[in-house]
Design a binder for this molecule. Structure first.
Ligand SMILES: Nc1nc2c(c(=O)[nH]1)N[C@H]1C(S)=C(S)[C@@H](COP(=O)(O)O)O[C@H]1N2
Ligand SMILES: [Mo]
Length: 211
């Protein structure tokens, strides 16, 4: 189940401020400070990779919304699909350029669920009990998607398939794999890594690695 050694090591990194360069960077710079480029796609999670069959898949949008949603995989796949290319930046230092994604835009989901005026925060809940939080304004961006294809292929189980979150301008721990519920909230609720020393905002260009 949970990879306790990995969790302990990453908490230790947060305590030590490991990998911090202290260099700020212009968001126009493609490689954020302290990152290095990789060409493969590493797998990182808590050690449990749930098997989400098409039958088991469902997605809920609820909390502070006007019209809560619950959809199965065919309902999700029937939503408007868009393609996008973006970079990924993981806090463990790797970045990968030019990932071709296909999925449903966050803004399409927002138009369906219609967050109430008091909604300011979003929590992603995943099938492995992982959670992570962002602000609603970070979710409400044109490059944020719930993706189901990478490089023209279905996203595999290790990377969070059939459907995962993708928020390319934040460190990748904000992009929940195996997402099952998107909760809209008036108040913030720090997630798994955010309560273990990792930054609440997670902007790679400001090196917001640790809190
Ligand atoms: N459900 C879930 N999502 C998760 C995680 C996790 O443990 N469980 N790990 C996060 C972290 S720390 C990273 S770096 C990325 C890694 O995604 P990848 O394995 O596809 O590279 O997933 C994020 N999303
Ligand atoms: Mo990570």
């Amino acid at each position: 189940m949970a990879n306790d050694k990995l969790i302990a090591r990453k908490q230790e990194w947060a305590r030590q401020g490991r990998l911090l360069t202290g260099r700020g960077a212009d968001p126009q710079t493609r490689l954020p400070p302290g990152q290095r480029l990789v060409h493969d796609w590493p797998v990182l999670d808590l050690g449990e990779q749930p098997l989400i069959t098409p039958e088991r898949f469902h997605l809920e949008l609820n909390g502070a919304v006007e019209t809560p949603q619950r959809m199965n995989l065919s309902e999700f796949m029937a939503l408007p699909m868009v393609e996008s290319v973006s970079d990924m930046h993981c806090v463990t230092q790797w970045s990968r350029y030019d990932n071709a994604w296909k999925g449903v835009a966050a803004r399409t989901l927002l138009a369906l669920a219609r967050p109430l005026p008091e909604a300011r925060h979003v929590v992603f809940h995943a099938h492995d009990h992982y959670t992570t939080n962002i602000r609603l304004d970070q979710f409400d961006q044109p490059d944020v998607f719930l993706v189901h294809e990478w490089g023209g292929q279905p996203i595999d189980r290790r990377h969070g398939g059939p459907v995962r979150v993708l928020i390319p301008r934040l460190y990748l721990w904000k992009s929940a794999k195996w997402v099952r519920r998107i909760e809209f909230r008036a108040d913030d609720q720090p997630g798994f890594w955010e309560t273990r020393g990792y930054h609440n905002n997670a902007d790679p260009w400001d090196e917001e690695r640790y809190s």
